[in-house]
Design a binder for this molecule. Structure first.
Ligand code: BG6
Length: 478
């Protein structure tokens, strides 16, 4: 279904995010027929570029970042017709009147701040002083949204001087992932799971976001963040919220975000013994974290595992184990809900561990799998085995799965539709920092150093121990 006509201005329109994600994503939405005749995309940046030169840049971005079998010269030409460029000086007056003149009345206006947070205030102010930002316009801001609670608050205050909350779209691209939304569909669209979704029936929940890439090329940013700030405070916290939240009364942005916020607020402080930080080491000629980050003595973690507890009625007593890291064996993100064993086995002792596990796989091979126990077929007596009820989206939905669009394109379309459900509210971001800050401060004060781990594995030994000591184990990273 096409969205309404819009003018989308991308500040930082020549940058990495714009060329890698935003513009290719918009092209795919154009192909999908979602962009109406009256859609306009205006790249804005510091460089002196003609419209034609900018279109060339967009053409190259599409060639590089859209699957070859989805590229089409005629379609691309149609898309580029909607693209133009304005040179802008974020910190000065240049270009703003030109931009103002380009914005059409009676059209949705959206401004994507695809720039460092240091420029948010300047952009917001100039959009207002030049009369470009109307009361219905939307602004989109990227992570990192702050480095700690104080800086996140300062950013929220800066934006609030110029915009009201319903105009501000804080992107966490994990919320745009297909299966992340499916998580809500599975929980609240079925009768099957929700009655069991609590500490009485759930033994524990694991959330894993494993990556094979290192931090090479991004060391500058990453070394000041580490896995806690880069992944846990935002992406993993969002996953935790969706898994743990109460059913919202309706699928309305604030109803959903109110419930997520309650989850973050219910998080207990974390025991230092329940945190393992790791750093990948050099091996067989491939550089380790310290070389990749060009920070020889860095105490920054490229891996973290934590055990969390929520103090609320639903979850008291069920631990949540989170882990994420770079340079691990495989790129895989999943959430696994392990249910408790039946209270009594009428089949006597049976070998192996056989709890029901619901695995929600975010990437790759999006899908949902439920492990159930059945009788081993054949005359060999009552021997129990475990089989998966497996729903790979690609298999179940066939061609339709082509439309598992990239998170960014889905989120940008939501901005145009004015739907904030999949965006973080200011108070959520602050609550997540309020939780993360003391944890980070404590390990900094102790001068903790991360444990080195081999690349290509599943992280440091101590991370395995984190679960072993509770007589549980991580699912394999594969
Ligand atoms: C980003 C982090 O937000 O998410 C990166 O800054 C990380 O360090 C990336 O690699 C992971 O995203 P995805 O979509 O590839 O899982």
């Amino acid at each position: 279904i096409p969205v309404d006509p819009f003018d989308l201005v991308i500040f930082g329109g020549t940058g990495d995010l714009a060329t890698r994600k935003i513009l290719p994503g918009l092209y795919r939405r154009f192909q999908a027929g979602q962009m109406p005749e009256g859609a306009r995309i205006i790249g804005a940046a510091r460089s002196e570029l003609t419209d034609e030169a900018y279109r060339e840049l967009v053409r190259a971005a599409v060639a590089e970042h859209v699957d070859a079998d989805r590229q089409d010269g005629a379609e691309l030409a149609g898309f580029l017709d909607r693209v133009s460029y304005t040179r802008i000086d974020a910190r000065g007056g240049d270009g703003w009147d030109t931009l103002a003149a380009k914005m059409r009345p009676d059209t949705i206006h959206a401004f994507y701040f695809s720039v460092g947070p240091g420029l948010f205030g300047d952009l917001a102010e100039r959009l207002n002083t030049h009369g470009i930002a109307g009361p219905d316009c939307r602004i989109v801001v990227e992570k990192p949204f702050g480095h700690d609670l104080a800086s996140a608050r300062a950013l929220n205050e800066t934006l609030a001087r110029h915009f009201v909350e319903h105009q501000i779209y804080r992107i966490d691209h994990y919320l745009g992932k297909e299966t992340v939304q499916n998580l809500m569909a599975v929980r609240f669209g079925n009768m099957l799971f929700e009655p069991l979704w609590n500490a009485q029936y759930v033994d524990h929940i694991q959330i894993t976001v494993a990556e094979t890439v290192g931090v090479g090329g991004r060391g500058d940013y990453y070394d000041k963040s580490g896995a806690m700030r880069d992944m846990v405070q935002n992406h993993m916290m969002q996953l935790l919220c969706l898994i743990a939240m109460e059913p919202p009364y309706t699928f309305d942005p604030d109803a959903v975000r109110d419930e997520k916020l309650k989850v973050i607020r219910a998080l207990d402080p974390v025991d230092p013994d329940d945190i393992v930080r790791g750093q990948y080491r050099a091996m067989n000629g491939t550089p380790g974290y310290l070389e990749d980050a060009e920070a020889p003595d860095s105490p920054t973690e490229s891996f973290i595992a934590l055990k969390l507890h929520l103090s609320n009625w639903r979850w008291k007593g069920t631990p949540f184990y989170l882990r994420t890291g770079k340079r691990l064996r495989a790129r895989t993100s999943e959430i696994a809900v392990t249910f408790k064993d039946p209270p009594h086995s009428i089949f006597g002792e049976q070998p192996g561990q056989r709890s029901n596990v619901l695995v929600i796989r975010l990437q790759p091979n999006e899908g949902i799998k439920l492990k159930v126990t059945i009788k081993e077929p054949g005359p060999g007596g009552m021997r129990l085995i475990e089989v998966p009820l497996d729903m790979s989206f690609a298999e179940a939905l066939g061609e339709g799965v082509r439309d598992i669009s990239d998170a960014y394109e889905r989120l940008i379309m939501d901005v145009i539709r004015g739907n904030q459900t999949l965006f973080m509210r200011g108070d959520e971001v602050e609550a997540a920092w309020a939780w993360a800050d003391p944890i980070i401060a404590a390990w900094e004060a102790r001068g903790d150093r991360p444990e080195p781990y081999d690349p290509g594995g599943s992280g440091p030994e101590d991370a395995l121990m984190l679960m072993h000591k509770d007589a549980r184990r991580w699912r394999e990273v594969r």
